[in-house]
Write a protein that binds this ligand. Structure first.
Ligand SMILES: C[S@@+](CC[C@H](N)C(=O)[O-])C[C@H]1O[C@@H](n2cnc3c(N)ncnc32)[C@H](O)[C@@H]1O
Length: 817
């Protein structure tokens, strides 16, 4: 059924196949608030005799130019399998997830034809539901812009020597860029002429069903030089349908302005197809638990290129290159140390051999920004290679971020591959525990620092804990701090892999629990803001680096815990590393109490932190009286001792004296499973723990730390609460809804992109502030509120409209969670 304007489009389906029933808020979990879109370069859509429509350059453009950002329409796996793939869409869509979702690029994205030597690379940007198309080499006006379809495109590749779309200098043996350009122009001119002769003939051209026509005589090869002398084509500014005849008109009307030029030698070839297929296998797009970080994902980070000068030299001169570069490194803009931190080309290989150079080598000299072509030439003449020719090359501005993307990165100049794993420090593997092995986490790029420990940063998430029980109960001392490399990436595929269905269900349960606490608070006239704190199973950054196994069941980042299987189970973790229902050692539910207490700073986060301080104090008291622990409680004692020795840091100015205000009553919902947890919370330990008698904190301000704990929250914490979470060393925050007005401390995702760190990282993003001595990780649930709502119904039997419950707008504009 066709939709007319009166019919609003159906809400997009969620990643898990559910349709959103609520309005804006729910939809935001699926699509970003705004989708970027772009065609600033007036690319043309023209029809080719055999290829149908294609995308053409209307002017000369340099490598690295971002051509277009096409929003996409995603077909969920089932929809695609049952319907989409049986239609014409099958020739137009991109694999969008490993689960079978497909995406149709809107805008120009569906019109790029295939070439084995593409001029355009594309990147699937799943978070923004768009695909970005970028030039990988210089192009001239009239040239068809092609992508690679990967193996699927083989069917379009010429086996009989015929011209293929967007053919580049990889076929330089017989055709150079100039020929290609000329050919494309020919093709367009021909179509223009045919159009003129046949009126609407373009339709049959596009379908490819028209009989072959007599080709006009091939034009002589011509390059175009504008008045400035720089390479420029006749202006083809309009992207209208008449553009091909505009080209023809221009050529016919002003032949004098067209000056034949020698072939350029500046092009580079794309030897490896862009990483379309590799990343299509990722499940990132449908991933409901999303790490909020400004760090880029190496799988989607766009390739940027630095225009550089190189010299073509004879192989015998190659030994003089390095001394030459070293000698002139300053003037070449390559820093005092060639290859050192300040050298912008430190990741690039110095020499490259290209077929078209006929046995000569290319030596990379410097960024074009540093010196003019003349200066490079005269330097070379005075230096070592009078015969050297200066050529333009484009060099990726960084090392290849992933092995799979090395081809894309090295297409124009060979660069190093930066192993994500290689930059992660080696963390001595602790004797693994069952839980540790099972929770052996994907490496996070973003992350937590705890005291002197900094995060490991850039691992790939391939933790390899062995999964056997440690027979040794003694805690292993924390590895000594080692210099940490900077965080460069977040590995979203590893994150995806971590979130197995049981782990995802765990998150849903915890969020549902927050909602229940918020419901309870709301019924008391409080703001419906609530949090839940428990030990973490989330990916850690200080443990479980490649091959590093993992921490203890509570995942302490200070020191890996080593617990026997019995202790692990007693601490509330099952053999898969998942917490037993209601069995976590620390569980706190807390709601906002600012209304009831007439105190504007009684936010849920603060209340929860206070409650944890009480519990920790009680636990410490229990350890102090360990002699009183009976035979049957060895495992619990072991756990308590372990958490006590690793989980607290003393001497903070934060006071626990005000702890517990309003928080004890926060978990007032009636649910059998939840009340078991709540009772554990109230007593500060598991129900069977020996420490049932509450002991007040022995020292002021020593027990507030949330080290190793995860905080779930109905709302993104405000800036004040985010800062208190920094102070209390929380390890992870999982939030259900972003703060209204983008004013929160962790996310700010509702603000325009230009005002955010990146992606979901907010302008405040306190969890990532490098100046602070602790960083925590923030995750956002984006699997839809309806999923959480269903879990609430399952737990409590109550049907609640979660979006409506959590909508703070009803409480006034200035309310911050
Ligand atoms: C994504 S669409 C590209 C736009 C298409 N040309 C059009 O007019 O709609 C893919 C289809 O274009 C055609 N195509 C793409 N690249 C081609 C090539 N190099 N040679 C011939 N046909 C090609 C094939 O029919 C293919 O199924």
């Amino acid at each position: 059924m066709a939709l007319d304007e009166a019919d609003p489009p159906p809400p997009p389906s969620t990643s898990n196949g559910h349709r959103h029933t609520k309005g804006l808020v729910a939809e935001e979990h699926h699509y970003p608030p705004s989708t970027p879109h772009l065609n600033p370069h007036n690319l043309l859509i023209l029809s080719h005799q055999s290829r149908g429509r294609g995308v053409y350059a209307s002017k000369s453009m340099s490598a690295g130019t971002l051509l277009e950002i096409s929003p996409v329409l995603v077909f969920e796996p089932e929809e695609w399998r049952n319907y989409g793939c049986k239609t014409v869409l099958d020739s137009y869509t991109f694999k969008w997830s490993g689960m079978g979702a497909h995406a149709l690029a809107l805008g120009l994205g569906s019109l790029f034809n295939h070439s084995p030597h593409p001029s355009v690379s594309f990147t699937l940007d799943r978070p923004s539901h768009s695909i970005r198309y970028t030039l990988v080499r210089d192009v001239v006006a009239g040239e068809e812009l092609c992508i690679s379809y990967g193996p699927w495109g083989k069917q379009y590749e010429s086996t009989n020597g015929n011209v293929v779309a967007g053919e580049s200098d990889a076929a330089a043996d017989e055709t150079d860029e100039e020929q290609r350009c000329s050919r494309d122009l020919d093709d367009m001119l021909r179509i223009g002429q045919e159009r003129g002769a046949e009126g609407s003939g373009a339709e049959s051209e596009a379908s490819g069903s028209s009989p072959r026509r007599q080709l006009p005589k091939r034009r002589t090869r011509t390059r175009y030089t504008g008045a400035s002398g720089s390479t420029a084509a006749p202006a083809l500014a309009s992207a209208s349908a008449s553009s091909s005849s505009a080209i023809k008109d221009q050529q016919q009307q002003s032949p004098a302005s067209l000056t034949p030029q020698p072939p350029r030698r500046t092009t580079t070839r794309l030897t490896t197809p862009p990483p379309s297929i590799q990343y299509a296998a990722s499940c990132v797009s449908s991933h409901p638990i999303w790490r909020l970080t400004s760090l880029p994902d190496p799988a989607t980070i766009p390739l940027t290129l630095i225009p550089c000068w190189a010299l073509t030299i004879s192989p015998t001169s190659s030994s003089s290159v390095l001394p030459f570069l070293r000698k002139h490194s300053r003037v070449l803009g390559r820093g005092p140390q060639l290859g050192g931190e300040e050298d912008p080309l430190r990741h690039a290989k110095t020499l490259s051999r290209r077929q078209e150079d006929g046995g000569k080598l290319r030596a990379l000299v410097c960024p074009q920004a540093a010196l003019s072509e003349e200066e490079v030439r005269s330097l070379a003449e005075r230096g070592f290679a009078a015969e050297a020719e200066v050529v333009k090359v484009n060099v990726a501005s960084s090392a290849a971020p992933l092995k799979e993307r090395a081809g894309e990165w090295c297409a124009s100049w060979p660069v190093a591959f930066r192993s994500v794993q290689a930059t992660a420090p080696v963390v001595p593997a602790p004797p693994p525990t069952t839980a540790a092995a099972a929770t052996s986490p994907p490496q996070a790029g973003a992350a937590a620092t705890n005291g002197s420990r900094t995060n490991t940063g850039t691992g790939t998430g391939t933790g390899t804990g062995s999964g056997t029980d440690s027979p040794t109960p003694a805690p292993v001392p924390a590895p000594s701090p080692s210099p940490q490399p900077p965080n460069l990436f977040v590995d979203r595929r590893a994150d995806c892999a971590f979130w197995s269905p049981p782990r995802t269900a765990w998150v849903i349960r915890k969020l549902a629990r927050c909602v229940l606490t918020a419901m309870s608070a709301s019924s008391r006239g409080e703001l419906p803001i609530a949090v839940h704190i428990c030990p973490s199973i989330l990916p850690s950054t200080t443990i479980g680096t490649s091959g590093g196994g993992g921490g203890g069941p509570d995942g302490s980042a200070h020191a890996p815990l080593t617990l026997s299987a019995a202790a692990t189970t007693a601490a509330g973790w099952d053999v898969d590393g998942l917490p037993l229902e209601g069995g976590e050692a620390i569980e706190v539910d807390a709601a906002d109490t600012r209304v009831g207490q007439r105190n504007p700073i009684k936010h849920a986060v603060g209340n929860a932190v206070s409650r944890v301080a009480e519990i920790r104090a009680e636990r410490r008291a229990a350890v102090d009286t360990a002699g009183a622990i009976g035979e049957g409680s060895t495992a619990a004692a072991e756990y308590l001792a372990a958490t006590s020795s690793t989980g607290t840091t003393r001497g903070s100015a934060f006071s626990s004296s005000g702890s517990g205000l309003g928080s004890g009553s926060a978990s007032g919902f009636a649910s059998p499973s939840a009340s078991a947890s709540a009772s554990a919370s109230a007593s500060g330990s598991r129900p069977d723990s020996p420490s049932s008698a509450f002991q007040p904190p022995l020292l002021n301000g020593q027990d507030y730390l949330l080290t190793s704990l995860t905080l779930f929250t109905t709302h993104e914490p405000c800036i004040y609460c985010s800062m208190s979470l920094v102070h209390s060393r929380v390890r992870h925050v999982v939030l259900l809804t972003p703060s209204p007005r983008g004013s929160g401390g962790c996310c700010g995702s509702q603000l325009p992109e230009s005002r955010r760190c990146a992606e979901d990282g907010g302008p405040y993003a306190l969890h990532e502030q490098r100046g602070l001595n602790h960083r925590f990780e923030v995750w956002r649930w984006r699997g839809g509120l309806d999923v959480v709502q269903e879990e609430v119904r399952r737990i409590s039997g109550e049907k609640v409209d979660v979006a409506d419950l959590l909508d703070l707008a009803k409480w006034g504009r200035a309310v911050d969670p």
